[in-house]
Design a protein around this ligand. Structure first.
Ligand code: FUC
Length: 819
C-alpha cells in the first residue's frame, strides 16, 4: 500500500516534470516521443561524420543500429565501357534522325558500364543491450536534442528511474551509451554486437567484444572493405564479464559503453589500412576519457557549427510528440515545427559530412540495409548536389569539404573515363558515383545516358568561391573547372535542325519526351545541359579573369557560348524542357531539371528575365505540387525564387505530411527523415535550403530581404545565414516587414540590399549602377526564343528598394526598416 502510494506520487512528480519541460523549455530544439521506435524510420539519428547511430530506445532490448562511412561493398575500380567510343557517334546519329528509342536501346547496350553500376553503402550492424525485467516500464520519453547532439531515453521500472544518453562523439570518435539509475546497484545488462553481414567473427578480447567482417560481393566485384567494431564498458560498482561475445554487467551504479568501429579504407584507390588496429586505437584513446569529459568536448564541437544560425518563427505551443506534430501540421500550421525541421536539416549535415570524411550520400550516413535503394550512393543528376544546398547559406561552408574532395577524386577517375568513352580530354562524371569514384555511365540509358555530373559539381566549386571570396581556394579548384569545361568543349556537336552546339546523346534527367511518344528519354540539346554548361563556361571565363590566366581558352568559350541553344518558351507558355517543343502540360514528373536555371542557378530572374520567369512558373504550375520528397524540396526553392512565399509554404506543408508506410507519396517519417519514399536525405537538405531562400536570396547582384515570406510567417527572426559575397545576415521582421538587419561583413565590399520596404542605416545609400562587388555575377544569357502561341502567366512584381552599403571586412552594420 505504502509502496504503491509512493510510486503514485513519484509518477505525478515525473508527469509534472515532463509538463514543465514541455512548456518551460518551449523553444528548445528537439524531437521527442513517448514510445520506443518500432521501425528504423522512428529511430533517432546520431552521427559524427564518420559514425552513424540510430537509437530505438527500447527499455528491455535496446537497439542502436550502427554505420561507418567507409563500409561499402566492392573495392577500388572504375567502370568505363570502352565500346562507348565507337557507339556514341551511332547513338547520336540515331537521335539526330529522331530515332530516339533505337538510340536509347543502343546506349543501354553499348554505352552503359559492362562491369558494374556502382557499389552499395552498407551497415556495420547493431549494438544490442538487453536489460532483464525492463518490461513493466512507465513514464517513458525518448528525445533527440538538436541543441547538443544527444539522444536521451528515460523511463521508470520497478520504482527506479533509468536514463540512457547516447552520443556519437565528434572528438573521441566513438559511440557512447551512458546508463544511469536513480538507485544504487540497479544497472544490469548484457550487451553485444550483431551484424547483417555474412561470416562475421564475434569474440572477446579481454573485456572487450570484437566483431570483424568484410563487405559484400556485388555485381561480380568482391567486397574487400574489412571492418572491426569493438565494445567496452566502464562502470561504477558492479561486476563486468565478457564471454562468447557478450559483455555482461551486473548490479552497477552507473555504466558507460564505448563502441569503436574502423575499416581498412585509406582512400578510393587504397584499402591497405588495418581495421583492427584502428578500432583498438580509437577505443584505447576514448577509454582514457570519462563520459562527462567526452560529452563536454562533443557538445562544444557540435555547438560551434549548430549555434551559428537560429530561426524563430513562433513559440512551441504543442505538448504533442514530434510525430503527432507532423501528423497535425496541415491543420495546426505549427510554425515552430518548421524551425525544428530547418535546424534538423542543419543537424543532419553536421552529423553526416565532416571535413576529411565522406560526403553525405543518399541516406547521409544512416543505412540499415545491406543492399539499400539505389545503393545509397551518390546520384549526381540532383541528389548529391541537393545534399549540399544548405551548406553555404546555413553557415556550414566548411562541411562542403567532403564533396570538394569527392570532386577532386572524380576529376581524376573521370579523366580516364573521358578518354576511354569519348576520346576526349578533361573529365566526365555521369549520373552516379560511389566511394570508389566510378565515373562510367551506369544503370540503363533512360537515366544513365547523362553527362552533366561534372558540370554540376563544378558549380559548387564556384559557389563556394562566391560565398567565401577566397581567391586561393578558387586558384586551387580552377584547374578542375577548366578541365571539365574542356571536356564539354570537345564532346559538344552541332545539331542538324538549328545548327546549335549541343550535348548529344543525353537526357533531361529521367523524363521521357513526346519526340519518342513518351518511350525514351534519350535526346540532344536538353535545356538542363545548356544551363549547366552555361554556368560552367561563364564561371571559367570569370575565373580566368580573376586569376589572370587562360585568356585564349576563355575567349574560345565566350564564342562557343554564342553557338549554344537559347532558352525557348513553348506553345503553352512553358519553359521548354527539350530543344523541341515536346513538353506535355499534364506531365507531373518528379524532376523539373530545366528549371535548374531558376534554382540553384540564377540565370532566370524576375528582374532581369521576366518572360523566362513567367515560363518557369507556367511549367511549375503544371508539374503540380505533391511528389517525391526531394522533388517537393526543390519546389520550395523554385517557388521562393518565383517570389511566391505562400506557394513555397504550401510545398513545406506537403513535405511535412506524415509517412508511416512506404506506399504513400513523399513526405516526412516520424523521425523527421525525408521520405522519397524510401528514406532519402536530399529532401531534408533541399527544404532546409528552401527555407533560407524564402527569407533571403542573394543572386543577380543583390541580397533580397524577405523575398518570399509567406503570409503566415508574419513575424520572426533568423540569425547567422550567409549571403554570397560573404555577408552574414540577421534579419528580424514584424507584420511581414523588415524591422532590423545586422550585417556582418566577412570580406568587405559593397553590400547591395533589395527590400520591399524602405530601409535606413548609417552609410546606406540608394543603389546606383552595377553592384561593384566582384562576388556577384549577373548572367548574360541570350534572348529566349518565344513561341508566338505562348500563353503567359504573368507575375506582378511588387515595388522594391535598392540600397548600397560599403562595408569593411570584419565589421558589423545595422540597418532598420521604416514602416
Ligand atoms: C534519381 C531520382 C530518383 C531517386 C534516385 C536516387 O534517379 O530520379 O527519384 O531519387 O535518384
Amino acid at each position: 500500500m505504502i509502496q504503491s502510494a509512493k510510486r503514485n506520487s513519484l509518477s505525478i512528480f515525473l508527469i509534472l516534470c515532463s509538463i514543465t519541460m514541455v512548456f518551460g523549455e518551449k523553444n528548445e530544439s528537439r524531437l521527442w516521443y513517448d514510445k520506443p521506435a518500432q521501425v528504423w524510420t522512428e529511430a533517432l539519428p546520431l552521427g559524427n561524420g564518420r559514425l552513424g547511430a540510430m537509437v530505438y530506445g527500447n527499455p528491455g532490448t535496446e537497439q542502436i543500429q550502427l554505420n561507418e562511412a567507409t563500409i561499402w561493398a566492392g573495392k577500388p575500380n572504375n567502370n568505363a565501357n570502352p565500346d562507348a567510343l565507337q557507339n556514341i557517334p551511332k547513338v547520336r546519329e540515331l537521335v539526330f534522325a529522331s530515332k530516339y528509342l533505337e538510340a536509347q536501346t543502343l546506349a543501354t547496350e553499348k554505352v552503359m558500364s559492362k562491369t558494374n553500376s556502382g557499389m552499395p553503402y552498407q551497415p556495420f550492424g547493431d549494438l544490442r543491450i538487453s536489460f532483464p525485467g525492463h518490461t513493466r516500464y512507465t513514464d517513458y520519453s525518448r528525445e533527440l536534442s538538436l541543441d547538443s547532439a544527444r539522444a536521451i531515453v528515460k523511463y521508470m521500472n520497478d520504482g527506479v528511474a533509468y536514463k540512457r544518453e547516447i552520443i556519437t562523439s565528434f572528438t573521441d570518435q566513438v559511440v557512447i551509451v551512458q546508463l544511469t539509475a536513480s538507485k544504487k546497484n540497479k544497472i544490469t545488462f548484457n550487451a553485444f554486437l550483431t551484424s547483417p553481414h555474412q561470416d562475421v567473427m564475434i569474440g572477446c578480447d579481454g573485456q572487450t567484444v570484437t566483431l570483424d567482417g568484410v563487405t559484400s560481393t556485388h555485381e561480380g566485384l568482391k567486397g574487400k572493405v574489412q571492418f572491426q567494431g569493438r565494445l567496452a564498458v566502464k562502470t561504477q560498482g558492479g561486476r563486468i564479464s565478457c564471454k562468447d561475445g557478450v559483455l555482461a554487467v551486473e548490479d552497477a551504479n552507473e555504466a558507460t559503453l564505448y563502441v569503436s568501429i574502423a575499416t581498412n579504407f585509406n582512400n578510393y584507390l587504397n584499402i591497405d589500412g588495418n581495421a583492427a588496429e584502428r578500432a583498438k586505437n580509437y577505443m584505447d584513446k576514448a577509454l582514457l576519457h570519462s563520459y562527462p569529459e567526452i560529452k563536454k568536448a562533443h557538445t562544444e564541437f557540435f555547438k560551434k557549427y549548430m549555434d551559428r544560425v537560429t530561426l524563430y518563427l513562433g513559440d512551441n505551443h504543442s505538448t504533442e510528440t514530434t510525430d503527432k506534430r507532423i501528423e497535425n501540421y496541415s491543420r495546426s500550421h505549427d510554425d515552430n515545427l518548421v524551425a525544428t525541421y530547418f535546424q534538423f536539416g542543419r543537424y543532419l549535415l553536421i552529423c553526416s559530412s565532416q571535413p576529411g570524411g565522406q560526403p553525405a550520400n543518399l541516406q547521409g550516413i544512416w543505412n540499415d540495409k545491406l543492399f539499400p535503394s539505389w545503393d545509397s550512393k551518390y546520384t549526381t543528376n540532383i541528389n548529391l548536389e541537393m545534399n549540399y544546398w544548405p551548406a553555404e547559406v546555413t553557415h556550414l561552408g566548411e562541411l562542403y569539404e567532403p564533396m570538394l574532395q569527392l570532386t577532386r577524386e572524380v576529376s581524376v577517375s573521370g579523366r580516364e573515363t573521358a578518354k576511354v568513352m569519348y576520346g576526349a580530354d578533361g573529365w566526365v562524371l555521369h549520373h552516379n558515383t560511389d566511394i570508389w569514384r566510378i565515373t562510367g555511365a551506369v544503370d540503363k540509358a533512360p537515366s544513365g545516358m547523362w553527362l552533366g555530373g561534372g558540370a554540376w559539381l563544378c558549380r559548387h566549386l564556384w559557389e563556394h568561391y562566391l560565398y567565401s571570396g577566397d581567391t586561393a581556394f578558387l586558384k586551387s579548384v580552377y584547374p578542375m573547372m577548366k578541365e571539365s569545361a574542356l571536356f564539354y568543349d570537345q564532346v559538344m556537336v552541332k545539331e542538324p535542325v538549328h545548327n546549335w552546339l549541343v550535348v548529344c546523346p543525353s537526357n533531361s534527367p529521367e523524363n521521357t519526351h513526346a519526340g519518342s511518344k513518351g518511350e525514351a528519354t534519350t535526346a540532344g540539346g536538353v535545356t538542363m545541359d545548356n544551363e549547366l554548361i552555361f554556368d560552367l563556361w561563364t564561371s571559367v571565363i570569370t575565373g580566368s579573369k580573376i586569376l589572370h590566366t587562360d585568356k585564349e581558352f576563355a575567349n574560345r568559350l565566350q564564342n562557343r557560348l554564342k553557338e549554344m541553344a537559347p532558352y525557348q518558351i513553348g506553345h503553352w507558355g512553358q519553359l521548354q524542357e527539350w530543344m523541341f517543343d515536346w513538353d506535355n502540360p499534364d506531365d507531373t514528373h518528379r524532376h523539373a531539371s530545366h528549371l535548374y536555371g531558376l534554382f540553384p542557378s540564377n540565370q532566370i530572374s524576375p528582374f532581369r528575365t521576366p518572360q523566362l520567369m513567367d515560363a518557369a512558373r507556367t511549367s511549375l504550375i503544371h508539374r503540380g505540387d505533391p511528389s517525391t520528397g526531394w522533388s517537393m524540396a526543390w519546389k520550395v526553392c523554385f517557388w521562393a525564387r518565383l517570389l511566391d512565399g505562400d506557394h513555397a509554404y504550401k510545398l513545406i506543408t506537403d513535405q511535412l505530411s506524415i509517412v508511416r508506410n512506404e506506399k504513400k507519396q513523399g513526405g516526412t517519417y516520424p523521425n523527421l527523415f525525408d521520405a522519397h519514399p524510401p528514406f532519402q536525405i536530399d529532401g531534408n537538405f533541399g527544404c532546409t535550403a528552401g527555407i533560407v531562400e524564402m527569407l533571403m536570396q542573394s543572386y543577380d547582384g543583390f541580397i533580397y530581404l524577405l523575398p518570399a515570406l509567406p503570409t503566415r510567417w508574419n513575424q520572426g527572426e533568423v540569425k547567422g545565414i550567409m549571403a554570397r559575397g560573404g555577408f552574414e545576415m540577421d534579419i528580424k521582421w514584424n507584420m511581414g516587414k523588415v524591422m532590423k538587419v545586422i550585417i556582418n561583413s566577412h570580406n568587405g565590399g559593397n553590400c547591395r540590399l533589395r527590400s520591399l520596404t524602405q530601409l535606413k542605416g548609417k552609410g546606406l545609400t540608394i543603389a546606383k549602377g552595377e553592384n561593384t562587388n566582384p562576388l556577384y555575377e549577373v548572367p548574360t544569357i541570350s534572348k529566349p526564343l518565344i513561341n508566338e502561341k505562348a500563353v503567359m502567366n504573368p507575375v506582378t512584381l511588387k515595388r522594391t528598394y535598392l540600397y548600397d552599403l560599403k562595408t569593411e571586412a570584419g565589421k558589423e552594420y545595422e540597418v532598420t526598416g521604416t514602416l
